[in-house]
Design a protein around this ligand. Structure first.
Ligand SMILES: *[C@@H]1O[C@H](CO)[C@@H](O)[C@H](O)[C@H]1NC(C)=O
Ligand SMILES: *[C@@H]1O[C@H](CO)[C@@H](O)[C@H](O)[C@H]1NC(C)=O
Length: 277
C-alpha cells in the first residue's frame, strides 16, 4: 500500500509540474516493478547499409523506443569514419510519433530521412533515446549502427593560377571526390597524370587538402578533398588546358584556359560582373 501511495504522490507531483503532458506519464520505480527505463522496441537500421550517390541518395532509417515514466527524447547521431565521437545531426526530414499512456509504457517512433547531399555524410548512423525519470536522473537506450558511404564528385575548383604567355606558370586545383579520384591534366602535349611530366608540363602528386584556422594553428585535413599543381614551362600563347576527374564511374571536365580568345575574355568578364552585383 505504501508503495502505491508513493506512486500516487509521485504522479500527482509530476502531473502538477507537467500538467500539459499528464496523459503521457505512467508510474514506475527504480526499485520495484514496473521499473523505470528506456527500451529499444524495434528498428529499421541495418537494411539501409550501403553506397549512396552524392545528390541523389535517400537514406531511410527508423527506430521505436518504449519507456517509463515519460516518452523518450530521440536523437540521431553520426560518426565520421575513423572517428570515435558521435555528434547529433539534423535529418533532412524527421517524422516522430508519440503514443501516450497513463497506465503502460510510452512509445516513440522516429523515422529519419537523409538526403545524401555532401560527401562528409559518409560514416555510421544510429539513434539514441533518453527518458527523464523526473528526479534529474534518466535512462537511455540506443539502436544498432549502420555504415553509409556517399560517393561522387563534389567539386572541382581552380584555386589559383598564373599563365602569362612567355613566362613559366602554374595551375593549382582542388578536387573533392569519394572514392579517391583519378585525375588527368589535358595539355597541348597530351595527358599528364599526377606525379608525371612531359617536356613542358609536370604535375605534382595529389595531396590531401588542409586548412588552418590561423597561421600558427594546427592543420586540419579537409575530408575527401585533394590538392594538386600543374607546372607549365614557358607558357605559350593560346595554351589550352583542362582537368579531367573520374570517381566512381562519374567523369567531370573543367576547362582552365582555352585556345579560343573569346572564352579567355568572357570568363574574367563574368567574374567581374559577378563581383559588381
Ligand atoms: C521509408 O521506409 C518506409 C518503410 O519501408 C516506407 O514506408 C516509407 O515510405 C519510406 N519513406 C521514404 C520517404 O522513402
Ligand atoms: C560537410 O560538407 C558541407 C559542404 O559540402 C559543409 O557545409 C559542412 O560544414 C560539412 N560538415 C562538416 C561536419 O564538416
Amino acid at each position: 500500500l505504501s508503495n502505491m501511495l508513493r506512486a500516487v504522490i509521485l504522479i500527482t507531483l509530476i502531473s502538477f509540474v507537467h500538467s500539459d503532458e499528464s496523459s503521457c506519464i505512467s508510474s514506475c520505480s527504480t526499485t520495484s516493478m514496473p521499473q523505470c527505463g528506456t527500451w529499444l522496441s524495434s528498428e529499421r537500421i541495418s537494411e539501409a547499409a550501403g553506397t549512396y550517390e552524392l545528390g541523389q541518395g535517400v537514406v531511410n532509417i527508423s527506430c521505436v523506443f518504449s519507456s517509463l515514466p515519460r516518452p523518450a527524447t530521440v536523437t540521431w547521431y553520426h560518426r565520421p569514419p575513423s572517428s570515435s565521437s558521435w555528434s547529433p545531426f539534423t535529418c533532412s526530414t524527421k517524422d516522430e510519433h508519440i503514443s501516450c499512456s497513463t497506465s503502460t509504457e510510452q512509445k516513440v517512433s522516429s523515422v529519419c530521412i537523409l538526403r545524401t547531399s555532401a560527401l562528409n555524410m559518409t560514416g555510421s548512423y544510429r539513434c539514441e533515446a533518453k527518458t527523464d525519470n523526473g528526479d534529474s536522473t534518466h535512462t537511455k537506450a540506443m539502436s544498432s549502427e549502420v555504415p553509409i558511404h556517399v560517393v561522387g564528385i563534389e567539386s572541382v575548383r581552380i584555386v589559383d593560377k598564373s599563365l602569362r604567355a612567355g613566362y613559366d606558370g602554374y595551375v593549382q586545383a582542388e578536387v573533392c571526390a569519394h572514392p579517391e579520384p583519378e585525375i588527368w591534366w589535358t595539355t597541348g602535349e597530351g595527358l599528364v597524370k599526377p606525379g608525371q611530366a612531359l617536356s613542358n608540363f609536370a604535375s605534382s602528386h595529389m595531396a590531401k587538402s588542409i586548412v588552418r584556422s590561423s597561421a600558427e594553428g594546427p592543420a586540419r585535413v579537409v575530408p575527401y578533398c585533394f590538392q594538386l599543381r600543374l607546372i607549365v614551362r614557358n607558357v605559350r600563347k593560346g595554351e589550352s588546358l583542362s582537368l579531367l576527374v573520374r570517381s566512381h564511374g562519374e567523369v567531370s571536365t573543367t576547362r582552365i584556359v582555352s585556345s579560343s580568345a573569346s572564352l579567355v575574355l568572357f570568363v574574367p568578364l563574368v567574374a567581374l560582373l559577378l563581383r559588381l552585383f
